[in-house]
Write a protein that binds this ligand. Structure first.
Ligand code: GAZ
Length: 263
C-alpha cells in the first residue's frame, strides 16, 4: 500500500470533516477514499481491521495501522500534513477553537433527536431546544469573534467540524419547517452558518442529497436501518438519489413506500 486509505460513507458528516480538512490542505488526492455501503453488513475484512467496531470513518495508514474517530483522525492529518495548517498555532487561539469544536455534541444530538422524533406533541420543545443550541453558538461567537464571519480570519478547524452538520440540518428545514428566526439574537451564528455553507472546500453534499438520503432518519430509523414495510433504505446507493423524487414532507402523517421514494 502506498497511500493512506479512508473508509467512509459518502454522506456521513463525520467523514466529511476529513474531506474538508484535506481539501483545505490541498491533499485530497493523496488519500484513497474507499466507500462502504452503510445499508449492508460490514465486510469481514473491514471488521478484522477495526477489531469488530462498525462506525466510520476509519483511516488506515500507509503502513497498515488503524485510526478511528473523526476528531482523532482530524488531529492526525493536521500533524502529518503540517503545511497549510488549518488548526490555530497560538495556544490560546487553539483553545478557543477547541472550545467551540467541543460544542458539537449537544448541537448535533439536538438536531438528530428532532429529525428522528415521531411524536407531533414533542415538536415545539424540540424546536426550542434547537434554538437554544444556536443561541449558545451565537453567544460564543460574539464573545470570541464578534466581527466574523468565521471564528478566526478564515474557514478553519471549528468550521470543518461544524459545517457537515449545518448541511445535515437541511433535513430540519424540509421535514420540520425549521428556519433560524431572523432575530438579532441569532444574527452572529446565522452569519457563521451562511459563510460555512458557502465555502468552496465544504461542497461535498447538496441539500437535495441530504433531504433524499435522510428520509428514513425523519421517520425514526438511523444509520441505514430498515423501516417496517420497506425493502430498501433511503441511504441505498441504487437508484442514485438524483433519479429519485423529493420525498413527502409530511413525516408525521404519512409513511412513504419504496416506490414513492423512487427506491
Ligand atoms: N464519534 C464517531 C466519529 O468518527 O466522530 C462517530 C462516527 C459515526 O457515528 N459514524 C456513523 C456510522 O458509521 C455514520 S454517520 N454508523 C454505523 C455504525 O455501524 O456505527 C450518528 C450519531 C448521531 C448523529 C448522527 C450520526 C451519524 O447522534 O450521522 O450518533 C452516533 C452517523 C446524534
Amino acid at each position: 500500500m502506498t497511500q493512506p486509505t479512508l473508509y467512509h460513507i459518502p454522506v456521513c458528516p463525520f467523514c466529511q470533516r476529513l474531506d474538508i480538512l484535506l481539501t483545505l490542505k490541498g491533499r485530497r488526492d493523496e488519500i484513497d477514499f474507499q466507500v462502504i455501503d452503510i445499508t449492508r453488513p460490514r465486510p469481514d475484512w473491514l471488521l478484522h481491521k477495526t477489531r469488530g467496531t462498525t462506525a466510520l470513518p476509519v483511516l488506515e495508514t500507509a503502513d497498515g495501522r488503524i485510526i478511528k474517530e473523526s476528531m482523532v483522525i482530524l488531529d492526525y492529518l493536521e500533524d502529518v500534513y503540517p503545511e497549510r495548517p488549518v488548526a490555530q498555532r497560538d495556544p490560546y487561539r487553539r483553545a478557543v477553537e477547541n472550545m467551540l469544536a467541543r460544542m458539537d455534541g449537544e448541537f448535533l444530538t439536538q438536531g438528530y433527536t428532532w429529525v428522528m422524533n415521531q411524536d407531533p406533541g414533542h415538536r415545539a420543545a424540540l424546536r426550542e431546544g434547537m434554538l437554544q443550541q444556536y443561541a449558545l453558538l451565537n453567544d460564543f461567537l460574539l464573545e470570541h469573534a464578534a466581527a466574523g464571519p468565521f471564528l478566526f480570519e478564515e474557514f478553519g478547524w471549528a468550521e470543518a467540524v461544524f459545517t457537515p452538520f449545518f448541511q445535515r440540518f437541511w433535513f430540519l428545514e424540509y421535514y420540520e419547517d425549521f428556519e433560524l428566526p431572523m432575530e438579532a439574537r441569532y444574527a452572529r451564528v446565522r452569519a457563521w452558518v451562511d459563510a460555512c455553507l458557502a465555502h468552496p472546500a465544504a461542497q461535498q453534499v447538496t441539500k437535495e442529497e441530504v433531504v433524499k438520503l435522510y428520509y428514513d432518519y425523519a421517520k425514526g430509523a438511523g444509520n441505514g436501518a430498515l423501516l417496517p414495510g420497506r425493502r430498501q433504505s433511503s441511504f441505498a446507493f441504487e437508484p442514485d438519489w438524483r433519479a429519485r423524487p423529493w420525498p413527502p414532507r409530511n413525516k408525521y402523517a404519512h409513511s412513504a413506500t419504496d416506490a414513492e421514494l423512487g427506491l
